[in-house]
Design a protein around this ligand. Structure first.
Ligand code: GAL
Length: 418
């Protein structure tokens, strides 16, 4: 018996060593910021998919929502001549790295897998540079969502709000009942995430385009922009005293456990609800920020492959890129992450109610010309401009500027950053 176990252990060890050697040969080091519960669960789907194809995973997680910290680490790694093999990137950051010539072309994978026909145009604008594919989009998220605790709303007799005014009335009712009305984390990127919706509430999609995407100084300094800052001020009145610095997933947890009623956050928040065993429609509600319906401020996670010379690594990069856009993987991953597929030909059958709505909203917005890049997540303008907007939005949210001054500061900050 004893001899048998030893033999089995030795055989297992030999097998593990052989597999380990194979994995080590074909592996990707992946820099990402998916460290919250729902994010990590989705990341595991990717890790396992690659493992099944014999591609090993070297994890390089840099905590910090929206990747602010991850981008700092990436710059340092590239400057040191030690770029990661694969990197999670958003919007204009992809374009910026492509401009520097740092990204490996993925044209052969794209052609073999037929990406051209299935990836939505709004994503292609960023996944391609100068006619070449330089990133593989893994999902489509959007930022103009509200997540609500249904039991709490029922208990307080609050119906799902359908206009901005009704939303404010609902927030007031929750606050009056002694609960936290709006779960929020005071971090610049989270303030910017809700600013996407504030701009839409104040001026609609055309105004969003003019100010956030075209960076028209007149729009940036307009009365409508003052109104957007007033929306932010109103929302600021509904957060709890401990909001400063709180991570977004902890704010989601406040809604999940009934401490707070609402959170305005991208649909990665759904990953947290699902991870806690909650069901949409029963335990929580998802709906577009009232006053922004018909518009989708999108954000898509993409993986870019940094140039490497080792042929094994190049092969692993290609395997990863191909895996990311395969239809079964798109379903397996996005149903966990809270996002929707980055291809237009995937059925919504396996998605829950929020996912189905997200897919329908995306298609409708695309058709109507109201699928707009999220400023908060780097899809409206390059990092330098985005960071300048972050600074003004956060300073205003923390009471440093009144709304009129904030709009004036926005004009100057954006001008300097360009
Ligand atoms: C977004 C990203 C999402 C999610 C979120 C919070 O920028 O696209 O996938 O990770 O940040 O970390």
């Amino acid at each position: 018996m004893r001899r048998f176990s030893l033999g089995a252990a030795a055989a297992t060890l030999a097998l593990a060593t052989a597999t380990g050697a194979a994995l080590a040969a074909k592996e990707v080091e992946v820099l990402h910021w998916w460290t919250a519960g729902g994010e990590a669960a989705a990341l595991n789907v990717l890790k396992e998919d690659l493992a099944a194809q014999g591609v090993g995973w070297v994890d390089m997680p840099i905590a910090g929502g929206s990747g602010v910290e991850a981008m700092t680490v990436l710059r340092a790694r590239v400057a040191a001549g030690n770029a990661p093999v694969a990197v999670q990137l958003l919007g204009f950051d992809i374009t910026d790295w492509a401009k520097e010539g740092a990204l490996a072309p993925l044209d052969d994978v794209a052609e073999a897998e037929g990406w051209e026909e299935v990836v939505p145009g709004a994503l292609k604008d960023f996944a391609k540079y100068d006619g070449h594919w330089i990133a593989a989009p893994v999902n489509v998220h959007s930022t103009n969502w509200v997540w609500a605790n249904k039991a709490l709303l029922d208990e307080l007799g609050i119906a799902q709000p359908t206009t901005w005014e009704e939303f404010v009335a609902a927030l007031e009712a929750v606050q009056a009942a002694g609960k936290v009305a709006l779960a929020h984390g005071g971090q610049a990127w989270q303030d910017a995430t809700i600013f996407d919706s504030a701009v839409l509430i104040a001026g609609g999609p055309e105004f969003y385009k003019k100010s956030m995407i075209d960076l028209d100084p007149e729009a940036l300094g307009s009365e409508t922009m003052v109104k957007a800052f007033e929306v932010m001020k109103t929302l600021r009145g509904f957060v709890d005293p401990n909001f400063s610095g709180r991570d977004w997933n902890l704010a989601s947890a406040m809604v999940i456990n009934g401490e707070a009623a609402f959170q305005i956050m991208g649909d990665w928040a759904k990953g947290e609800f699902l991870g806690a065993g909650k069901t949409p429609g029963e335990d929580f509600l998802c709906f577009r920020v009232p006053g922004t319906e018909g518009v989708v401020t999108f954000n898509a996670d993409q993986f870019a492959m940094f140039k490497v010379s080792d042929p094994e690594k190049i092969e692993a990069q290609k395997a990863m890129a191909a895996a990311i856009l395969s239809p079964p993987f798109q379903i397996a991953f996005n149903t966990v992450k809270g996002s929707v597929p980055a291809r237009v030909d995937v059925s919504d059958a396996d998605f829950d109610a929020c996912g189905k709505q997200a897919m329908a909203d995306l298609a409708a917005a695309d058709e109507a010309g109201t699928l707009l890049g999220s400023m908060g997540h780097g899809y409206a303008n390059p990092a330098a401009v985005k960071n300048a907007i972050y600074d003004v939005v956060t300073a205003h949210f923390n009471g440093e500027y009144d709304s009129t001054t904030a709009a004036e500061e926005l004009v100057t900050a954006v001008e300097i950053a360009q």
